[in-house]
Every structure is written in structure tokens, then in C-alpha cells.
Ligand binder design. Structure first.
Ligand SMILES: C[S@@+](CC[C@H](N)C(=O)[O-])C[C@H]1O[C@@H](n2cnc3c(N)ncnc32)[C@H](O)[C@@H]1O
Length: 217
């Protein structure tokens, strides 16, 4: 599951680019029911990346109508699984970051239920979000000092929220975090002493700690 970043091909991560280069096939979503890529922004990005970085991979159309229907996600999973019949490594691509309003986790949920081995062998590669990019473009921070920031879907009603807690004081009691969903603790992520716990640690030991209280999915 490869996050492509916000549409500027130079804002893809090196890891995502390597994943595409190492893929035997790339599954690309399209909203066109004729499975063409006439309206697919994602397809344009993949073609531009292949041209700029001198690689060429078979592209498989994945019809993604965005109707939020289980049967649509199921047929997208079927396409990925069919592609895996004849290809060893298959990427499915998504704009921005897979963690933010992407189809990726609907598909992974189905894969987890019906093919545990594939789920365990799958990887999600993080990307730059549209709002990180937007912030950079106007040179305005999303948060500094004592401010926070929210991502709110424009639906007009209250929704479940994921909350990210950052910048703890060392030794602080985490009782002040009012857990609502599934909370994880991430310490020294990507560093030597990395630790990921599927719970809230009771006291913070390291400055490089963050907590994510994931909405229940
Ligand atoms: C389905 S969400 C995908 C978000 C994406 N995964 C991300 O990390 O930003 C699509 C929404 O992201 C925002 N978005 C994505 N790309 C954008 C762009 N190039 N310009 C402005 N907004 C964008 C818009 O609010 C759009 O409705």
C-alpha cells in the first residue's frame, strides 16, 4: 500500500519510489467504469514517476467508484489478489498518505479477514499529506508551541476522532490522556530503541514519544 504524496512527483518518499520500482505490477485506482485512466490523477503521477525515474511496470486498473460500498472494496481486493496470482510484489497506490481518508484501510480490513498471510506480508508506506503540503506552500505552520490542529471531515455532524498526543514532558503521568478508542504509544520511532506499544504507557520516559488514540475502526 504505497502513499504517493500530494500530487507533486518530487514529494513522493524515497521508500515509496523504491517500492514502486521493486513492484512487478502497480494497481492504480480509477473512477472511470470503463477502467480507463482518463480521469485518474494517480495514473498521471505514476506515469510521470516512471518517466522521470526510468522504470516501467505493468499498470492494473482498479475501478474505485468512491460509493463507500463493501462490494466495491471487495472487487478491488479481488483485483489485487488476481494480480498477485501472476506477480510476486504488487503495489496499490493512493494519493497523499494512506492514513488519511484513503481506501487502503477498507481494503486491508477485507484482506485481513480473508487472507491472513497476505495481510501479514503487506506493508503500508507512509506519505506526505495534502495538508502538510498546503501548509508548506503558504509558509504557515499547522501547529507550533502550545497550539494543536484538527482534521475535520466536512459532513455537518459529529464524527469519531483520532487524537495524536505529542510533546510530553519526561516523567509525566499519562492519566491526563482520556482514552476514547484504541490507543498506541510510539517511542523513538525509527531510532535504535524504537518501541511501539498497543496501549498507553503509564509514564513517559522519552521526549520522542507520541500517543495515538485511534478511532474505533
Ligand atoms: C479522500 S481524501 C485523501 C486525502 C489524502 N490521503 C491525504 O493524505 O491528503 C481527499 C481530500 O483531500 C484533500 N486534498 C487532497 N489532495 C488535494 C489537493 N491537491 N488540493 C487540495 N486538497 C486536496 C481534499 O480535501 C480532498 O477532498
Amino acid at each position: 500500500m504505497v502513499s504517493l504524496g500530494p500530487g507533486d512527483i518530487d514529494l513522493i518518499t524515497v521508500k515509496a519510489l523504491e517500492a514502486l520500482k521493486n513492484s512487478d505490477a502497480i494497481c492504480v485506482p480509477t473512477k472511470s467504469d470503463d477502467h480507463s485512466f482518463k480521469k485518474s490523477m494517480t495514473y498521471k503521477i505514476i506515469k510521470q514517476l516512471m518517466e522521470k525515474h526510468n522504470f516501467d511496470k505493468p499498470i492494473v486498473a482498479v475501478y474505485s467508484p468512491m460509493h463507500f460500498k463493501k462490494e466495491d472494496w471487495q472487487s478491488q481486493v479481488n483485483i489485487i489478489q488476481n494480480t498477485l496470482q501472476t506477480n510476486h510484489i504488487v503495489s496499490f497506490v493512493t494519493l497523499g498518505d494512506a492514513a488519511v481518508y484513503s481506501t487502503v484501510y477498507y481494503l486491508l480490513n477485507i484482506i485481513k479477514q480473508q487472507d491472513k498471510r497476505l495481510y501479514d506480508n503487506s506493508e503500508v508506506i507512509a506519505g506526505i499529506t495534502s495538508f502538510s503540503n498546503a501548509s508548506a506552500r503558504v509558509k504557515k505552520p499547522l501547529c507550533v508551541g502550545d497550539s494543536g490542529f484538527s482534521v475535520v471531515p466536512l459532513l455537518g455532524y459529529d464524527v469519531d476522532n483520532t487524537t495524536v498526543y505529542m510533546r510530553p514532558k519526561i516523567g509525566m503521568d499519562t492519566n491526563i490522556i482520556d482514552q476514547k478508542g484504541d490507543i498506541y504509544t510510539f517511542e523513538d520511532l525509527n531510532y535504535k530503541n524504537e518501541k511501539i506499544s498497543s496501549y498507553k504507557i503509564s509514564k513517559t520516559n522519552r521526549y520522542m514519544s507520541l500517543f495515538i488514540d485511534f478511532f474505533k475502526f
